[in-house]
Each structure stands twice: as C-alpha cells, then as structure tokens.
Design a protein around this ligand. Structure first.
Ligand SMILES: [Zn+2]
Length: 489
C-alpha cells in the first residue's frame, strides 16, 4: 500500500511501526458551531482511509480530540450570554450526532481538551526542564521555536522564511516573535485551571500533542487533518512532541484538500456556506459520500447541488442494478448462456482487482468507484442479454460484489422496502376482482391484468392500473426478465 506523506512530498510504501497495527490520529473540531461541509470532507476522507486500512487487515486504533476550550468558544459564549462549557457541550453533541448521520465511524478514543489538563501541564513542564519552553512574566508559557532544529519539517518551511511573510503577532512577552503559547494566563470570565505558572488554560497546539502521546503513544503511524492545519498547528504539535519525548511524532502526515462550492471558496459572505447538517437534511449521506469520493482526497473538491443531485442519481442506478440482479436470481428460468456468464464473472473479478489497486494507491477512491461504475454497466448489459435465463451464481456474486465495495467506502446502497403495502390489495380488488390476502399474489395479479389490458390494446385499463399504483408510491418496472412492482425512490 502506498500513501502520500505530505511532509516528504512523496508517495511511500506504508510500513506500520508495529506489524499489522495502525495507530492514527485526526484533529477533531473546535466545538463552537455546526461543522461545515469543508470540515466534513476531512472527516469523511479519513473515515474512508480508516475503513480501507481495516478492510486491508490492519488492526486500527483511531483517536480524535474535541477542542472544547478555545478563544472561539469563549467569544461565542460571551455573544450569547452563556458559559463556554454550555457552548462546548451543545456543539460536541451536535458534532457527534451529525457524524453518525454521515455514517462516519466513532473514534476508538475521543478525548476532550478540558479533561486532559493534567497531561498537558506535564508535557509543558518537561519542555521547560529541557530548555524548549519558558514562562513569561505575564503568566503565559511559550515554546522556543528556535530550540527545535527540525522545526518546519512537517509543513516544509524554513524558520528564516517564516520571519518574512508570516503574520506574527507582536508580543513583548515572547523572547522571539516565532514562539507560540503552550499555556495562556487566565483572563477574567474565561475557563481556567491551576498550574505551576498560575491560573490559565492550554494552547490549542498543546492538546493534540499531549493526547497523541497519552492515548496512542509516540511515534504514531498516521497523523491527519485538513491542509489548513499543516501550518502552524501540525508543525507546532510535532515540535512539542519531538522535543518533549525524543521519539519522533508521526511517520506519515496526511492532509485533505480544500472544498470549493461551484468553483469558489466557501464563505458566509458569498452566501455559499453550507453546514453538514443542512446538506444531510436534503440529501442522503450515501450520495454526499459518493460525490466526495469521486475526487481524490488531496485534490480540491468542487461541491454543488447539481453534482450532489447527480450522485443521488448514480446511487439510485447502482442500487437499482443490485436489486435487478437479486430479482433475476430469484426469478431465473431456462438454461444460462455460458459465454455471457463467463464474461460477467470476469468483469466482477476485474472490478474487484481494480478497486483494490486504486485504494492501495494512496486511497484513490475516484478510481475505485469508477471500477464499480464499469461493473454496473456490464451487469446491466448481461441482464438485458440473458433475459430470465441467468446464471444464478455469477449474478448473485455480482450483486454481493457491488454492494460490498460501496459498503467498504461507507456508502450504504438504498435497499428496497421488503413488503409492498397492504393497500395494494385494494388496487388488486378493484382492478382484478382479487379476493385473497397475499400481497405478492396481488402484485402478480395486477401485472397479469396490465399485460392482458396492453395485449388487448385496452389503454384505459392499463393507464388506470399505472395511476393507482403511482398514487400509492409504486411503479411497474419492465425488465428483460419480466415486470415487477417496486417503490418509487
Ligand atoms: Zn491537532
């Protein structure tokens, strides 16, 4: 398996530290608002990466923090006249709920910054003892960036270049403008904890380094996040961890590309800003995931409602094919053509091999999905050509393979409802004088009545059957292997 390491700018053969095991960490949200679809892209991408590592046989331990103390949370609380804790709890709960809705697996460990103050203070003490950090007169503690000879390796920057262009806050308490806060002295009205340097709270970069060390142990195999986190957040996490424990921090750094809306940067002022929650109110998680996975995780992703609608249609087509394959198996009749079946069987093998090759090549989900779109086309061709004389083993295998591949990506295909509604009996009774109580028999009678009406060119009856079914949310689908009644999706 090859993974692009953003700190070396190369695709590398993935070699976990411990045979068969992967320890990975992905920075979680700062919980002051609902997450937007740009954040969602990062979390869905790493969910798929994690799912593929598991499918490839690794035992994966996945940790993700919740940043529940931060300037943004405090500002939001002040605006709304609430406590920072209330804001953090509300948006932590909303984040977890919307991740479930998006079919993102729960992390194995989900530490919260406010519950990890002790380990963070411990790390800061270690850094001070080793000459990598210092307490300023104002009660802040800063990391001395120039004390770390490897600073800049995560994001590929040189210290001297940072001095030029970087937006560095002037602060007379720092020894060097590049230094960053590990601990922030308490201000009135803010959440605060006791420390050897007086009351205060931890800096953002400090929490991830301390949590990675505590829950996964350093170094870890994979550290991920959005590309906007590479600098300064990941650079600073890495500097603290390597200077405190001298074990290295993360072997592979992975960063997701940004999300655009209709080709433009998403922003509230442009009116093209969407939360994950509002997108999932209108569309299925499966369609959103399919849209996202059709672009490689490192490339910019263009979101639009039209593309999402398109993904919804693709999904319906794939699910329809899987249903048709299953239906053909249960209604098979006649001797199957061996040449046609062999061709479909070969297409199933080819799709599986291509899917694996693409996923093992830096999680190229776009290529992996394309391989199965191709198989769906081949399966439809087979059903058209074979009619009801299908090879049930091959056809059942194709259905399992298609549904299984999308399931690995966390895309659940819409399933048809098992039972047709009881109201169907009413239609059957009205149109076919049917008096039994079995819905499937009623369906058969309706189809037979429609076929009879069409054969007799009695279009009024045929249309009446169609209309009554439509009023019940049902439609008749004519396939090469015969007709059936199904729910309109
Ligand atoms: Zn982080």
């Amino acid at each position: 398996m090859k993974i692009y390491n953003s700190s070396t700018h190369k695709k590398e053969d993935f070699q976990p530290i411990e045979e068969g095991k992967v320890r990975m960490y992905v920075c979680g949200p700062t919980v002051y608002d609902n997450i937007h679809i740009g954040n969602a892209r990062t979390f869905i991408s790493f969910d798929v990466i994690r799912r593929w590592l598991i499918a490839a046989g690794y035992e994966v331990t996945f940790a993700q923090n919740l940043t529940d103390v931060d300037d943004k949370i405090i500002n939001r609380a002040n605006e709304q006249g609430r406590t920072a804790e209330e804001v953090a709890i509300e948006f932590s709960d909303k984040f977890i709920a919307v991740m479930h809705k998006a079919n993102v697996m729960d992390p194995d460990v989900r530490p919260r910054a406010t519950k990890e103050i002790g380990p963070m203070i411990g790390m800061i003490k270690t850094l001070i003892e080793q000459g990598h950090a210092y307490a300023a007169d104002n009660g802040d503690v800063y990391f001395a960036v120039r004390s770390d000879p490897s600073y800049g390796e995560v994001s590929g920057r040189k210290i001297d270049d940072l001095m030029v262009g970087a937006r560095i806050e002037e602060n007379e308490d720092k020894n060097d403008p590049l230094d960053f806060a590990l601990w922030k002295a308490a201000k009135p009205g803010e959440p605060m904890w006791n420390s050897p340097w007086g009351k205060g709270r931890p800096g953002w970069h400090t929490e991830c380094a301390a949590m990675v060390h505590r829950y996964l142990g350093t170094p870890i195999d994979i550290h991920g996040g959005g590309s906007d986190l590479a600098f300064p957040h990941h650079e600073n996490e890495c500097a603290q961890a390597t200077c405190a424990w001298h074990e290295g921090f993360a072997n592979t750094w992975m960063h997701t590309g940004m999300l655009l809306v209709d080709g433009e940067k998403m922003s509230k002022s442009l009116g093209n800003f969407f939360t994950l929650e509002e997108v999932l109110e209108k569309h299925s998680a499966a369609a959103l995931r399919l849209l996202m996975l059709q672009t490689h995780y490192r490339s910019p992703l263009d979101f639009s409602w039209e593309r999402l609608e398109g993904a919804e249609n693709s999904l319906a087509r794939i699910a329809g094919t899987v249903q048709n394959l299953r239906w053909a198996v249960s209604h098979a009749e006649g001797e199957p053509d061996a040449t046609l079946a062999a061709k479909l069987d070969a297409a199933v093998d080819a799709a599986k091999a291509e899917f694996e090759a693409q996923m093992n090549d830096d999680f190229n989900t776009a290529g992996a999905v394309a391989a199965y779109f191709q198989l769906v086309t081949e399966a439809n061709t087979y059903l058209d050509q074979a009619g009801s004389a299908v090879d049930t083993d091959v056809v059942a295998g194709a259905a399992v393979s298609i549904a299984g591949a999308f399931a690995v990506l966390g895309i659940e295909l819409p399933e048809p409802e098992e039972e047709l509604p009881v109201g169907l009996l009413g239609v059957a009774a009205g149109l076919c004088a049917y008096t039994g109580d079995d819905v499937n028999k009623a369906a058969e009678r309706i189809l037979a009545a429609r076929a009879e009406a069409r054969a007799a060119k009695d279009w009024d009856t045929a249309d009446a059957i169609r209309d009554q079914l439509r009023d019940m949310g049902l439609m008749i689908e004519d396939t090469a292997a015969g007709s059936r009644i199904k729910h309109v999706k």
